[in-house]
Design a protein around this ligand. Structure first.
Ligand code: ADP
Ligand code: MG
Length: 261
């Protein structure tokens, strides 16, 4: 299977804090890889090293076989990396359709302001994306009036608008209710598997992680401490110790017992 993402001996410190400490992993097309670990483990830093927002102190990131070290976020995006944001990044006053059109325009190197002429561009493919994420009926509403869960769907459509080969999702379901969370992740999983897109995501909800991830990597204090299929990670003593006494520990147990029923 071709490697979409290769992370090799990645390091990043902030002052004396080793936020990411010699992390290596890779990811193939059509796979969902969850990155978990307690708060401060280095997950977001790792994401920002991959998406170009931060430069590594050392190590290498390769996307589709090309080294992306030193590339700016926009260049990384152009290499075929889509991302959703922890904070909703839609333009509230524009319509749902226009938000997706904007990404399409930007991808094709056009200006980011939406003139009258541009309002007629990329309509069809943008509407297709809205249909895909189940929000087509609301295409003409200002994004700002949408329910939170629907806005997350618009963001997913926007993340898919540059036809990414790799999707980076840092806490994509933050702030959502349990039901919505499950729906959004199921939708995401169906879409990426059918399009052979590789996904790296972080998620606090262990139910979501264990239901949807093909594979899990665990960070703790900047280091990668475990990697494997959900069952392997769940059974890993070190992982259990990291989560001991936290709310997630119960989820690890619960998911484990369900799997063995
Ligand atoms: P996570 O996303 O797993 O919660 P982060 O990657 O946000 O973890 O943080 C990892 C560590 O790096 C933490 O100790 C955090 O305080 C530190 N850190 C992250 N970003 C910065 C920054 N911009 N400046 C200083 N320290 C940072
Ligand atoms: Mg984080």
């Amino acid at each position: 299977m071709p490697k979409i993402l290769e992370v090799q001996h990645l390091r990043k410190s902030f002052g004396g804090v080793r936020a990411v400490d010699d992390v290596s992993f890779d990811l193939s097309a059509g796979r969902l890889l969850a990155m978990i670990g307690p708060n401060g483990a280095g997950k977001s830093t790792c994401f920002n090293l991959i998406n170009g927002q931060l430069k590594p102190d050392s190590g290498r990131v390769r996307i589709l076989g090309r080294t992306s070290n030193g590339c700016k976020p926009r260049e990384v995006w152009k290499m075929g990396v889509g991302r959703t944001f922890q904070i909703t990044a839609t333009f509230a006053s524009m319509t749902v359709l226009e938000n997706v059109q904007m990404v399409k325009l930007s991808h094709h190197g056009r200006t980011r302001s939406l003139t009258r002429r541009m309002q007629r561009m990329y309509v069809e493919e943008s509407m297709e994306l809205l249909e895909l994420v189940g929000i087509k009926a609301q295409w003409n509403r200002p994004a700002g009036v949408l329910a939170y869960g629907d806005l997350k769907r618009v963001e997913l459509a926007m993340a898919l608008a540059n036809n990414p080969r790799l999707l980076l999702m840092d806490e994509p379901t933050a702030g959502m209710g349990a039901m919505e969370r499950t729906h959004l992740m199921q939708l995401t999983a169906d879409i990426v598997r059918s399009r052979d897109i590789a996904v790296l995501f972080t998620e606090h909800d262990m139910d979501v992680v264990f239901t949807h991830a093909d594979e899990i990597i665990v960070l703790n204090r900047g280091s990668l401490v475990a990697r494997g299929a959900p069952d392997q990670v769940r059974a890993n003593r070190q992982v259990q110790e990291i989560y001991l006494g936290t709310e997630e520990a119960a989820r690890l147990q619960k998911n484990g017992s369900e799997a063995h029923d």
